[in-house]
Write a protein that binds this ligand. Sequence first.
Ligand code: PEP
Ligand code: MG
Length: 325
Amino acid sequence: QKEQLLKLAEVPSVTLDGVSLTLAANISSLKELEAALANGAQGVGLFRTEFLYMDRTHFPSEEEQFEVYRTAVQKLKGETLVIRTLDIGGDKQLDYYEMPEEENPFLGFRAIRFSLERRDLFKIQLRAVLRASNYGDVKIMYPLITSVEEVREANAVLDEAKRELQEEGVPFRGGIKTGIMVEVPAAVAIADILAEEVSFFSIGTNDLIQFTLAVDRMNEKISHMYEPFHPAILRMIRTVAQAAKAKGIPVNICGEIAGDVNALPIWLALGIDELSLSAQAILPVKERLLRAKASDSRSLLERLFRCGTAKEARELARQFHAETA
Ligand code: PEP
Ligand code: MG
């Protein structure tokens, strides 16, 4: 079974009726990149850089980060590397940096909020990313965006980093693309406005589900309420996809739900451009994709958006999968 799947690593990810869906990887280390490539990943859709900052005694230097990003982009041989800027805070802490005591760390000082307050550290990361962009196709992604201002402020720091490098005569690729994680309901609600500011969207369903349903993603007690097929979540994904299409920017999904083969027809019908998956999820999804017809998926979508409950929606998707797979 596993060997059968591995044979698919080199096969292009296209449906029976010729619709391509890029299957990229989520990674948090160079080691995970190796596993992703062995499974036929078409680039990296989410490099979680916080792991470069954890398990050590100090913030990684520009040089240390540059080495890792450059190695990653070189291993990708022309495929895209999406580097997400530091998403620290929430459940992820640093041993060497005292974060404020917070009642609600997931709603607190984290991700882009941290970077915009510690612009010195943010700029070091952006300089390292820019330098790595000289070696391949690198894109920058900002986490936990809730407003247009955050995007503009982050881009202003990026511009500063570019100016510095230019003055120092350090090479980087001009026109590096910036995108955002859509993982907070506010970003969904203003997706049409945000689409004017960025080059791509990546829907982070792990956090989007947590914030939309008010269900702590780490809390076992309420884990039964953590429901990707909740009609609210499906509608939000549709809203984001439509906003992206209207503006002509690509829209990706990088949360865990992207690895659920039952959900694949939904992505096809909504015109999602890329899924970013853990290494083990790539080939099972591709195996399903190769036997799917995007045109068939549209009939599922109509019925899906008439479902009033997550249970109905999930069952419908499962049934559609069983019938068409
Ligand atoms: C997400 O929130 O869906 C996501 C992909 O990012 P993380 O799991 O790192 O928060
Ligand atoms: Mg997230």
